[in-house]
Design a protein around this ligand. Structure first.
Ligand code: PEP
Ligand code: MG
Length: 861
């Protein structure tokens, strides 16, 4: 097979064969742009190289020498000819852009004789010897792996000895002296063809550097892909004052404005612009000094953007007044810019709405919803944990919920730092600007609640050791963060920083709303929110939720004035005593539900029956028990006795979920009465409530039947008195492996099902949700798992259970509605999977609703 392609022999569709860089150079050549000519050695040649024990195929050199002859003709210069020398750049380039591989070698083809020839030909010895010393330096560093610092060190030494500080003060003779020194440091090959061969081998070898390997692992790039080698004629921006180098963007990469934007340095090589040693000029300066070059550049950028139909990042060089294009690629951009560019390109007729949707990543969307730590300003990172809830926040460190409330009341922004959080910390979490925990994974209490509130959070930050008594958190390196210190959290990355790090404020934009409206038009999956309070529900609605997919009723009982009633109910010793408290709870629950139905007028609200183990509501220590005893008029000893009776060795697998309904049907009945009576009242006030009652954590069909009877009892009790028809539904959750394996039987008893993938993942893996934060980071680091299964759905096993459940359920009950309300419902990759599974909706925290809308559209288009 052909192993070498000239730039006019390929196109942008040849990425796999020629690498991204090579394919782009071919494309630009065929567009008629002034690209310095060259050739590409294919990626299959890289595979051949490895298969034959790191040896170039025997006929390769012959083949590239033929190509090289043609490049010489095109460029009017000759490789290895001191009279009229042609120099090359040599680069690596895989099908996907891959940092970690070999950097570029520039000016390849120079030696003592040719450098002298170049000096003579150009009449610019300083330029010739500067190029030569740069080449030796790069070649030694990148190809011979001789280490780059020693060369810089020699230059520093030389400058110091000769009273010079700047490169511009170095004469041709100075550089010649430097070259003589360099040659004592490395065994540099003088033969240009040997240089070229060594560089090609080095490019292939760089496929296997540890950095490249890690990058491929992280990004699922196959090992077998291999890299191409691009060999391109050099042009020089540092030839003199009518030469220069620049980079440009076809639109502003930071704001997205459709405005050509770039920087240029006269008499400088491309790397000088990137290195930022001298301050570049705006490209508009070219308009003044070299108008015809500017004209050509401007036309070229417009052509390239139109051709690639995306914002381009270009590199160009001017040599003696002649314009050359070196590279074009899709430009990196901020979240705001990405949305603006996508929307405007649709208006300009450049791309379709579907294409615009695919151009925006979920991370891009976050910038519109949360203040973000400015990446350019990030410093003082002292610890890194799990990125549990996105956004950035700065505040004073507090170590308890009480302290959080107190310090916040004084008008300070606070960061609540806890080993872990429990429902009792809610009041502190509500006032916190950010939450940081030492323990807990991505579905821990802290993570779930923070995401629900849209507050930035980092969990599982095991690099911090928290000492409540001392009021300190100590990092692995020994930095001590004290109570009252100012810290900044980057919940998007998981980084904890000392001090106040600047942030970019969130704010929506018309373009963002336009993009979301396109997403709604294109998606099939519905998007609901997990929310309990009217405030959260209103936020969810504003962000585009089409219903509530999970209202965790237990959250409604943690409010200060209710928790004692809840506790008294749990601690009741007789049915009558319990009923009294249940009646009080019924009032609370009714009022909450009514408020929720009003906000979600005309939209479904899935209300889940009480789920957590009851001891989660009870006090944990003597002081709290004594205080509670006073408040509810029950002896502390009795409280202790009952609390101890409810304690469990393994609460997550214990007395919770629908098991509570089995043992305490009266609690369930109360909840149902509250839901239905609230719906009746809402209807009477002219609203359209659509309650859906959801039974959690079932394992078999008899549970559903038993609990359905209790639910019916509750409903009848309400409707007997009020003659209103309430359109309710009864459904269940798929949270245990056993439920998914018998889904067909369960499906015939209910109207909807919702995957509780937090519990389903916990039980499929046998990884405790609340403790997994202790070992998941190690699992990731040691590559035992690809990603945290509590963040992104494990499609292989958990996904397989889901698929079986959906297929069997639908076979038995074709009209059943299927959703997901675990944390995965807001994860773009998992949303794609749910779309493919054919679910009807996903439900996620309010602040993830926009991301889910876009992800659902991306899954479809
Ligand atoms: C789940 O298990 O996925 C779920 C949504 O319920 P919870 O997180 O409340 O256990
Ligand atoms: Mg659950």
């Amino acid at each position: 097979a052909k192993r070498v392609y000239l730039f006019n022999e390929g196109s942008k569709d040849d990425r796999d064969l020629l690498g991204g860089k090579g394919a782009n150079l071919c494309e630009m050549t065929s567009l008629g742009l002034p690209v310095p000519y060259g050739f590409i050695i294919t990626t299959p040649t890289c595979r051949e190289f490895f298969e034959s024990g790191n040896k170039l195929p025997p006929l390769l050199e012959q083949e590239y020498r033929v190509a090289l002859d043609l490049v010489e003709k095109e460029m009017g210069a000759r490789f290895g000819d001191p009279e009229n020398p042609l120099l090359f750049s040599v680069r690596s380039g895989a099908a996907v852009s891959m940092p970690g591989m070999m950097n570029t070698v520039l000016n390849l083809g120079l030696n003592d004789e040719i450098a002298a020839g170049l000096a003579k030909k150009t009449g610019n010895p300083r330029f010739a010897y500067d190029s030569y010393r740069r080449f030796i330096q790069m070649f030694a560093d990148v190809v011979m792996e001789a280490g780059g610092e020693q060369f810089e060190h020699e230059i520093e030494k030389y400058k110091a000895a000769h009273g010079k500080t700047l490169d511009t003060e170095m004469s041709a003779e100075d550089w010649q002296e430097i070259i003589r020194i360099y040659k004592t440091l490395v065994d540099f090959p003088e033969d240009p063809f040997v240089q070229l061969k060594m560089a090609i081998e080095a490019v292939f070898m760089s496929w296997h550097t540890p950095r490249a390997y890690v990058y491929r692992e992280m990004n699922n790039i196959p090992e077998t892909l291999g890299t191409a080698v691009t060999v391109q004629a050099m042009v020089f921006g540092n030839f003199g004052e009518d030469s220069g180098s620049g980079v440009a963007f076809t639109r502003n990469p930071s704001t997205g404005e459709a405005q050509f934007f770039g920087e240029f340095l006269f008499n400088a090589a491309g790397e000088d612009v990137v290195a930022g040693i001298r301050t570049p000029l705006p490209v508009s300066e070219l308009k003044v000094r070299q108008p015809q070059v500017y004209e050509e550049l401007y036309k070229t950028q417009a052509l390239l953007e139109k051709h690639y139909r995306d914002m381009q990042d270009l590199e160009f060089t001017v040599q003696e007044g002649r314009f050359y294009m070196l590279q074009t690629r899709s430009g990196k951009r901020t979240g705001r810019a990405s949305v603006k560019i996508a929307v405007e390109m649709v208006r300009e007729g450049l791309i379709t709405e579907s294409e615009a949707l695919m151009r925006v990543s979920p991370e891009h969307v976050e910038a519109f919803l949360h203040p973000m730590v400015d990446p350019a300003e990030k410093t003082n990172i002292v610890a890194t944990g799990l990125p549990a809830s996105p956004g950035g926040a700065t505040g004073k460190v507090v170590f308890s919920a009480e302290e959080a409330v107190e310090v916040a009341a004084q008008g300070h922004s606070v960061i609540l730092v806890r080993r872990e959080t429990t429902p009792e910390d809610i009041h502190g979490m509500k006032v916190a600007a950010g939450i940081l925990t030492e323990l807990g994974g991505m579905t821990s209490h802290a993570a779930v609640v923070a995401r629900g509130m849209g507050v930035c959070a980092i969990t599982g930050c095991s690099a911090l050791k928290i000492d409540y008594a001392a009021g300190t958190a100590t990092t692995k390196e020994g930095t001590v963060v004290k109570r009252g210190d100012i810290i900044t959290l980057d919940g998007t990355a998981g980084d904890v920083m000392l001090g106040d790090i600047p942030k970019k404020e969130a704010s929506s934009s018309d373009d963002f709303q336009t993009l979301l409206s396109w997403a709604d038009k294109h998606r099939r999956l519905k998007v609901r929110a997990n929310a309990e309070t009217p405030e959260d529900a209103a936020k969810a609605l504003e962000l585009g939720a089409e219903g509530i997919g999970l209202c965790r009723t237990e959250h409604m009982f943690f409010e200060a004035e209710r928790i004692d009633v809840m506790r008294a109910m749990i601690l009741s010793e007789t049915k009558e005593e319990r009923q009294g408290y249940l009646n009080q709870l019924l009032t609370f629950q009714h009022d909450d539900m009514l408020a929720l139905f009003k906000v979600m007028d005309g939209l479904p609200v899935t209300v889940r029956l009480l789920d957590p183990p009851l001891h989660e509501f009870l006090p944990h220590n003597d002081d709290e028990m004594a205080a509670l005893a006073k408040r509810i008029g029950k002896p502390a000893s009795k409280i202790r006795e009952i609390t101890e009776g409810l304690a469990e060795v393994n609460p997550m697998l214990g007395f919770r979920g629908c098991r509570l309904s089995v043992v305490y049907p009266e609690i369930t009945e109360m909840q149902v009465k509250a839901i239905i009576s609230a719906a009746v009242d809402a209807i009477e006030e002219g609203y359209k409530p659509l309650p859906e009652i959801m039974i959690p954590l079932v394992v078999n069909v008899r549970e559903i039947r038993l609990i359905s009877e209790i639910i019916d009892r509750g409903i009848q009790a309400v409707l007997k008195e009020k003659h209103v028809s309430v359109p309710y539904r009864i459904g269940t959750m798929m949270e245990t492996p056993r439920a998914t394996l018998g889904a067909d039987r369960l499906a015939s008893e209910v109207e909807f099902m919702s995957f509780g993938t937090n519990d389903l993942t916990q039980m499929t893996y046998g990884f405790s949700r609340d403790d997994a934060g202790k070992f998941i980071p190690q699992y990731l680091e040691k590559k035992l798992i690809e990603s945290d299964p509590f963040v992104s759905l494990d499609q292989r096993a958990v996904g397989r259970l889901m698929e079986m459940a959906v297929d069997e359920s639908r076979a038995r009950n074709p009209s059943i509605k299927y959703g997901i309300c675990g944390e995965h419902g807001g994860d773009p990759r998992s949303i794609q999977f749910c779309h493919d599974l054919g679910l009807d909706y996903v439900s996620c925290s309010p602040f993830r609703v926009p991301v889910a809308r876009i992800a659902a559209a991306q899954a479809k288009v």
